[in-house]
Design a protein around this ligand. Structure first.
Ligand SMILES: Nc1ncnc2c1ncn2[C@@H]1O[C@H](COP(=O)(O)OP(=O)(O)OP(=O)(O)O)[C@@H](O)[C@H]1O
Length: 255
């Protein structure tokens, strides 16, 4: 359903030398985690994959075609992006915001149908914010707004999800709700990539991991080969303790 191929990609970070070219395939059914220290280029990479920024070199194929060869509406149907920063440009209710997710599926002046409304309502309910449908988004808490962003992409129903720190502002229960939702989307045939700072969420929920280093190096592969304490200590310049709990690695930073 969702498929993204990255060929010899060098992202364009102003004033920075070329990093290692990236070549990988984000396939249907996979959940990729992108990890690395602050400022390393995770958001820039995600925006480049979404076609919002031009790469310095290389190319990105969305469902087998260069992303620029798809029309904007086609990209919006295929690719959903959860931004790190809030995008609340104008006053809108939670329901109206979730309905924006349906717009790529409507013709220019077409009103949302009953089906669109049902999809938006179901997305709000899935994120536990159905009771907030009439509220203006600007009046919500940080975690509530984050769940509106994710519900909007859920209503959009793309095959490819690119999420920049989707668990930002969320309490532990809602972090799990969101990660379970992304895993469920992947199991349904979507391809999912998310930037994360939480190693424990990556260890429990991601099957593939991409590590970005400040010197421009990168490595990627199966979670079990990437989430190795010595590798992560080098990545973050931070000592870690690690145990296995209920089938997943758990990492704790230690002074
Ligand atoms: N418009 C810009 N002009 C100049 N530098 C920029 C611009 N946008 C981002 N940068 C720089 O590019 C680098 C990569 O930023 P990016 O937001 O991709 O990092 P990140 O890995 O997502 O960081 P964080 O973990 O803090 O969210 C940073 O050093 C940032 O300061």
């Amino acid at each position: 359903m969702g498929h993204l191929e990255v060929r010899d990609l060098v992202v364009d970070i102003p004033g920075r030398a070329d990093g290692q070219p990236l070549s990988f395939t984000l396939a249907a059914g996979q959940v990729w985690g992108v990890l690395g220290p602050n400022g390393v280029g995770k958001t820039t990479l995600l925006h480049t994959l979404a076609g919002l920024r031009a790469p310095r070199r290389g190319e990105v194929l969305l469902d087998g075609r260069p992303i620029a060869a798809h029309g904007r509406r086609e990209v919006a149907r295929r690719l959903g992006l959860v931004f790190q920063e809030r995008q609340d440009g104008f006053p809108a209710t939670v329901r109206e915001t979730a309905l924006i997710g349906r717009h790529p599926w409507l013709s220019p002046w077409q009103m949302e149908s009953g089906d669109d409304l049902r999809l938006a309502e179901a997305a709000l309910a899935r994120l536990d914010i159905g009771h907030l449908a009439e509220r203006l988004v600007g009046t919500l808490s940080g975690g509530e707004r984050q769940r509106v962003s994710i519900a909007t992409v859920l209503a959009q129903a793309p095959g490819l999800w690119l999420c920049d720190e989707p668990t930002n502002h969320l309490d532990l229960h809602h972090q799990t709700t969101v990660m379970a939702l992304l895993a469920e989307r992947a199991a349904a045939g979507c391809a999912v990539m998310l930037c994360l700072h939480d190693l424990n969420l990556a260890a429990r929920w991601c099957d593939q991991v991409l590590l970005l280093y400040p010197d421009g190096q990168a490595c990627w592969g199966h979670r079990d080969n990437m989430l190795v304490p010595s590798v992560l200590e080098h990545l973050y310049g931070q000592r870690l303790a690690s145990r296995e709990i209920e089938g997943a690695r758990v990492f704790v930073a230690v002074p």
